[in-house]
Every structure is written in C-alpha cells, then in structure tokens.
Design a binder for this molecule. Structure first.
Ligand code: SF4
Length: 340
C-alpha cells in the first residue's frame, strides 16, 4: 500500500542560496536503519559501556562511514582480521556474518567474541549447512568478495558455488543436477535475483528454492518504496556508502524504474548542485546502514536549494526489532547494579 502525506513546507533559501521554491522532495519510507543494523550498532555501544574502551570490531560493523567514525570516537578499534586483535581482548563480529573458521581463529587467540551477525544472515548460514548436509550443491547468488557472501560460503565451501548475476550462470558446474538449490545474499536487487534464478532454472529444471526469502524484509521494503517514487522524479538521491550493497541496489532500482537520474551520496556534501538543473521533483531515501541524521542533513541542504516542500511517501511500516546477541545479554544481566 502506498500513501503520501505532507510533512513540511519549507521556505527555500534558508542559507540564502536561492529564494524561489524550485520543487518538491518525495521522501521514501521505510528508509535507513534496519533491525539488524540497529542491533549491531547497539552491540558495539553496549560493549563499550560495559567493558570500556578499546573494543575491537572485525570489519566495519555496518557499511557506513559515519557510523564507523562515531564508534571510533568512542573507543572502538576496527580491524580487518582477528590476528590484529591483542590476545585475550574483546572482538565484535560485524552484521554481515563470519565463516566458522573466523570463530575458530578467535578461539585459538583466546579472544572474547560477541557475534553481531544479523539474525537474517544467520538464517542463510543455517540453510547452507542444512542443504550441504543433505548432499545438495548450493548456488549462492551474490556479489563476489562481499563480506556476507564470504561468511556464508565459508559454512560449506566445498558445496557452495557463487553466482554473481545472470551472466555467471553459463559457468556453473554442479555434481548432480537433481540436487541443486539456490540461496542468496540478503541485500540484492529482488528483480535481478529473479532473473538469475530464471536463468539457473533453464539450465537446471529441478533447481530448488530456499524455504523462505533470503533477500531480507528491509532490502525488499526499501526497494519497493524506491520503485513507488522513481517514476515521479527527475532525480533520485540515495544516502549511503559505496560499499553498502543494499544502498547501491536502491540506486539501480531507482534508475531502472523511471527516475531521470539516480545517485548514491555519502552525505549532503557529496551532492553536485548541477544535478538539480531542470529538476522539479526529487526522490530521497537511504540505505539500511544509514543513520537518519544524514538524511536530515540532505533534507536541509535541499531546502536551502529551493526544495523545501517535503512529502513522505510511505510504502510500509516496519516494527521488527532484534534482541542483542545472547553472549552480550548474559554479560549485561550479570553486571552488578550500581550502588548509591
Ligand atoms: S539489511 Fe537485512 S540482512 Fe542486512 S542487517 Fe539489515 S535486516 Fe539484516
């Protein structure tokens, strides 16, 4: 369902850049933080409060530079691999998930681990293990080198073949075409994934599907909201970092669904004023790892450039939340109450 509700009507020219209203902004909802990102960021924040700095984090906790810098300022130290973490220290694993061998390496070094893998990524790990144990070849649709795909493949490397889009299908080799299943990265384009699945099914008619969607609710909802708005706008801006898969997919969806132009911007400072030339309506959204403050700054920038009429276009309401990782909850519950 789609509804459009007026939010605010700015004056334009707040910084004196322009006086005349030039057009409006359609602000997508849902946008920004998903339940998995919220949980991962809170995990690091709670760990810092509970244990004190430094807390090590393997890889970017979520793919957003603003979030990473903010946590660094509070004492988080981001590393690429476990061997950069001093023995006996605390390390948080990112929302994208890790292969079992990463847990094993951490145990060897005596690290205290907190696993902030999104539960919806963990679900795909379980599927990989289950189908591998049942003797299936698993065709994992995803982007080569993405951290989530590296972690998911690591559950059964001998059984998983990565399929990076429809063009990759011709290269796929399986042991038994009657025992093949496809799974996917959680943050892909819904439409492109189905193109890949259709191409795979032409080659392997007995291809099985995952028991439930692997592309997560947040990815699907953000793309659906973008699709609703894209045909109405000459320009679509998605706030997000270049290494954020779901943010990049939103730009692609906007471009393929009718937006005149679509750009990924890290923040307001990354907007090129020339993009506004001849534009009357701008679509705006943000990836699942983007804090709302960055969207607010873009809204402010657009207001200052004559786009003060902001209407929120709501596609669906999201209410899902995830509990903190069990190992952290246990520690927090065991923490003695502060004395008076
Ligand atoms: S984008 Fe989806 S899979 Fe990734 S952290 Fe968010 S809810 Fe989890």
């Amino acid at each position: 369902m789609t509804s459009t509700q007026p939010r605010s009507a700015g004056s334009g020219g707040a910084s004196g850049v322009t006086d005349a209203p030039r057009g409006r902004v359609l602000l997508a909802r849902p946008r920004g933080y998903c339940a998995g990102v919220d949980r991962a960021v809170q995990t690091v924040e709670h760990a810092l409060e509970h244990y004190g700095a430094p807390v090590y984090v393997r890889k970017q906790i979520v793919h957003n530079l603003h979030v990473v810098r903010a946590l660094e300022a509070r004492g988080a130290i981001f590393v690429e691999e476990n061997d950069e973490v001093p023995e006996g220290s605390i390390v948080v694993f990112s929302a994208h998930g890790v292969a079992p061998e990463v847990h094993a390496q951490a145990a060897e070094r005596g690290l205290k681990t907190i696993d902030a893998t999104c539960p919806l990524v963990t679900k795909v790990h379980h599927e990989v293990r289950r189908f591998a144990e049942a003797g299936y070849d698993i065709l994992l649709i995803g982007h080569d080198g993405h951290e989530e795909v590296v972690g998911t493949s690591g559950e059964a490397p001998e059984r998983v073949t990565l399929v990076d889009g429809p063009d990759d299908v011709a290269n796929v080799v399986v042991r038994d075409p009657a025992k093949v299943v496809w799974l996917s990265q959680t943050t892909l384009s819904v439409d492109e994934t189905m193109q890949t699945v259709n191409a795979l099914r032409e080659r392997f008619p007995l291809l099985q599907s995952p028991p439930s969607d692997d592309i997560c609710y947040a990815t699907q909802n953000r793309q659906a909201a973008v699709k609703t708005i894209a045909p109405q706008v000459e320009l679509f801006l998605v706030v997000g970092s270049a290494n954020s898969s779901n943010s990049v997919r939103m730009v692609e969806v906007a471009a393929s669904c009718g937006a005149g132009a679509a750009h990924l911007v890290e923040n307001a400072a990354a907007i090129d004023e020339s993009w506004l030339d001849g534009v009357r309506t701008i679509g705006l959204s943000s990836g699942a790892s983007v804090p709302e403050i960055l969207v607010r700054e873009v809204v402010q920038w657009l207001d200052e450039h004559g786009f003060g009429d902001v209407q929120e276009v709501s596609h669906t309401e999201e209410r899902l939340t995830f509990a903190l990782p069990r190992e952290l909850r246990r520690e927090l519950q065991a923490k003695p109450a502060p004395s008076d």
